[in-house]
Ligand binder design. Sequence first.
Ligand SMILES: Cc1ncc(COP(=O)(O)O)c(C=O)c1O
Length: 423
Amino acid sequence: MISSNTNINKIRNNQNGLQDDLLTELADIYMTPLYVYDGDKILENFYAFQKAVSMLDCKIHFAVKANSSIAILYLLGKAGSGADIVSGGELQRALAANIKASDIIFSGVGKTDEELLLAMQHSIGQINVESGPELERLSDLASSNNLKCSVALRVNVDVDPGSHVKISTGQNSTKFGISINDGQAENYYQKITLHPNLVPAGLAVHIGSQIRKLAPFEKAYKALLNFSNHLRSKGFDVPCLDLGGGVGVDYETNMSPDFFDYGALVNRLFANQGYRLGFEPGRSIVANSGNLITKVIYVKQGYDKRFIIVDAAMNDFIRPTLYDAYHKIDSLRPRGDFKDIADIVGPICETGDYLAKERLMPLVKAGDYLAVRSAGAYGAVMMSNYNTRPEASEVLYHNGEAHLVRKRRTVEDLIKMDTNPFV
Ligand SMILES: Cc1ncc(COP(=O)(O)O)c(C=O)c1O
């Protein structure tokens, strides 16, 4: 950890987050590849979201899947956030970060018996059930273990979010939620209300991630509202509507998202409807807080283009190859005005191992650092050890101090997990 002797003035002067000098300093200290997060920016984004929906009776549950650093969860929890989780592991992370169990919501299509039991034993705030078989398992486990829990139904409203296909969850063709069009959802909601151990919590919807337009949200929320009002008209208790996450960010400018229009939409649709609301933002809170710092290993002149070969690879940051995601990449060491096209690639033995393709890049040399911008969401959480590569470390900068919040494992740590039964 480096602390207050870091040159704070340098950072305070920079309105767009951590300044490049500090990123260079941190990369020297902690080695690359290195994620560096700006905790102040995370809180700024969280408070901006909170302000945009402040006229409504609501609670924000940060989507842990976007960034599950316990230090970040702790900061967000202290700022008033709950947690939206999708596994027993994330449940334990949220609890380790001091987030109250009652402020935790459990989503996901494949919760195991162990995970459902763990959630009920901790009396978490709400379980969002996504299928009939899951409701049956939950009911049986609750009865046989004499446990109670609040249950919402995640519904599928069949809306295309207009995002990348791999992060679109709103259509009936996806595995998510229970359709509201064929009577299933109503039937299951009734089962919840009749079960002595289950408390009906309401409905949930999440149509996808990186949604840059309001129209899909409006369509989905109107369908949700119609359905919940229908349930109420039949006498069911529907106290809460969980509106999911999904607000997109601008990866071109890396500016903090403006939640104003989203808040205005939600207010227009839900004010005075008598529902308590829940939100599950992930990406929009953490994306632009993060830089992935990587070091140039070689610059290779190929047949018709330059390859900048760096020490961060698809195992550290899979978004470009998995989602065709664009991330701005800057050199932290300017070397004049020269610019030409280059692919920025990692050392992994796959053609898909790249951080950027056909990118206009300045002159860089071996040893220079590059910063992959807006890498704070769905970055470190998706790291793997492919090619037996230890993952990047993670540093959190907050209140003028930088803290190592996750140390990279060593190759010995990785090898230790294997056993060889033949020697
Ligand atoms: C159920 C659920 N809620 C919330 C989120 C967070 O979405 P985002 O990071 O786009 O805000 C996700 C992620 O896709 C999700 O699956």
